[in-house]
Design a protein around this ligand. Sequence first.
Ligand SMILES: [Zn+2]
Length: 394
Amino acid sequence: MAGARTSGAVRPDEIRQHNLSLVLSHVHRDGALTRAELTQRLHLSRSTVGALVGDLAQLGLVEEVVPSGGERVGRPSHVVAPHAHGPYAVGVDVDIAHVTVAAIGLGGSISTRAVIPTVPEMRPEQLVDLVADALPRLRTTIGSVGRVCGVGVSLPGTVDLVTGRVGVAPNLGWEGVPLGDMLRDVVPADVPVVVGNDADLAVLAEHQRGNARDCDDVVFLIGRIGVGAGIISNGVPVHGRDGHAGEIGHNVLDPSGPLCHCGKRGCIETFLGESALLALAGRALPRTDAKVAELFKDARAGEPGAVRAIALVAEPLGRAIANLMNTLNPERVVLGGSMGEVFDLARADVEAAVARYAFVSDAGVDLVLPAFGTDSALLGAGEVAFTALLADPH
Ligand SMILES: [Zn+2]
């Protein structure tokens, strides 16, 4: 976040907007803060902070409340918190067999969600219909309070961040889909729509409030039917020229390996993807959510086939992490989805492979699970949906 503005050759209304944006962004990221904390953080006068908080309260974005719980001596001090009935972002997380749609409030809290199973080979038009259908349902569920301030969509594919055009989403079978424009046709004109890659959005959420907070060099390795990486380097998200950065699922680990749907052999996805896991455990394909969940449940219960499959995947997972370390030198790697499950079940094997294959074997990278479980990409979608409101509170 940039610093507070008090002077310079900018118009007073620009200074006010900038400072409103700062106060709201701090409360959004960090939760309830006292006026004194805001004054200290923003290097503004108490009266200026008071006026800004008053304006944001007037807009229905924050409210001043007495924090509940905890014994305090003397007069309770009010805190500035996200308004309980303030605007909400709609986060949409597109996975291969289901779509999750959620209302996410300022501060990143999910107030309601719906998980909608999808048909195999869902077309982009079907996703757009699903989102258009979900918006009024969300409103009914959370009541008439609040308003939608943005729609954010996470999906497993490459995305042009400016237009929301999907370049290629192999596991959805999509190529060159103007998804951003299609969605803008079905949401109110004043509601911004942002589309992003699932791993990119997952790393954003974990960096903002989760297990990569205050960590400026982090990779989120997400495992679903495919495998991808979301990267923040020196505090800046890395997308590459066309949004392909982090598409490591099709890096070749072994050219004599299994045939990948992309036409090459031995891609990371053919070793670490969920279909590969099921095949290694001797389970029938095609992959379904239920089969994947059952595999991990069985592995936890010690079923030999499932345990063996996890052990076989631990080594290439460690190798993939080592490759990321050699390329990006992250401080932390967050392992999400099925990669997190494998890591949790075979931590020592994964760490041993990392140590074996990393250029600097004691590089000291932290391997962690996501703070938000399977919700990181969904929350990241909500996060980007708030961008316009945070930049210009209204
Ligand atoms: Zn491939």
